[in-house]
Design a binder for this molecule. Structure first.
Ligand code: PGA
Length: 255
């Protein structure tokens, strides 16, 4: 069964509310005029301050939050709770490598957040990936397995099936270096194998690739059997490149 693809843009700390709304409007018009595959989910993770401004612009683009606090409410200055996101987004990204590396998020905090997103009905996107050092020491699969084990601990198989996994090798993020389609496929297949022990039906799990995805490499990556879409940083900030990636992934139905 073909479950489709997710093409997701991670805007990180870019774009004001006005710029975000203008992007959504422009992209919506392009999508209206083009024939792209109808099993494609287009998803954008704008900054928190743009969420209210982009909500309601179009049903063609799903919206996600780049992070979420680990509690429902309380004395947590600067944090955003699931209750605040409820009417704004469907997806919540958890454990992006920048959160792990720059903001000290560890697997146990990430697990707490994953369970909180699920208890509030969001679709979490759990990000995993190895550093360059781990890859060079042959530790890639161990690292990914441990991030999945710890990140999904205590989550029922029915709920694990709803978790989107984003595999982003840390050495490929924002560097212009991408895993080759074959290298990425190898890790994606291993992720699917790990999920077979955790998920009600691992074939239904979306496993996205991220790390320097652009219009030139996206088609090759998405042709791989276990790559169910892409998480795109830099190339999602410009409408032309993001739209090209959408069209490349839709080649079979492009007129
Ligand atoms: P990049 O970022 O596409 O700019 O490498 C990907 C990400 O961090 O999600």
């Amino acid at each position: 069964m073909n479950k489709g693809l997710i093409i997701a843009g991670n805007w990180k700390m870019h774009k004001t509310a006005g710029e975000s709304a203008a992007f959504f409007q422009e992209l919506d018009q392009l999508l209206e005029s083009e024939n792209y595959r109808d099993d494609l989910t287009i998803l954008i993770f704008p900054p928190f301050t743009s969420l209210a401004a982009v909500r309601g612009i179009t049903s063609r683009i799903e919206i996600g939050a780049q992070n979420m606090g680990a509690h429902e409410q309380g004395a947590f200055t600067g944090e955003i709770s699931p209750l605040m996101l409820k009417d704004l987004v469907k997806y919540v990204m958890i454990g992006h490598s920048e959160r792990r590396q720059l903001f000290g998020e560890d697997d146990s905090l990430i697990n707490q957040k994953i369970r909180l997103t699920l208890s509030h009905g969001f679709t979490p996107m759990l990000c995993v990936g190895e550093t360059l050092d781990e890859r060079e020491r042959g530790r890639t699969l161990d690292r990914i397995a441990s991030q999945l084990d710890l990140g999904l601990a205590g989550v029922t198989p029915e709920k694990v099936q709803d978790v989107v996994i984003a595999y982003e090798p840390v050495w490929a993020i924002g560097t212009g270096k991408t895993a080759s389609p074959e290298e990425a496929q190898e890790v994606h297949a291993a992720i699917r194998d790990i999920l077979k022990k955790k998920s009600h039906d691992a074939n239904k799990n979306f496993i996205l690739y991220g790390g320097s995805v652009n219009p030139d490499n996206s088609g090759y990556l998405m042709n791989q059997p276990d790559i169910d879409g892409a998480l795109i940083g830099g190339a999602s900030l410009k409408i032309e490149s993001f739209f090209d990636i959408i069209l490349n992934s839709s080649n079979p139905v492009r007129q």
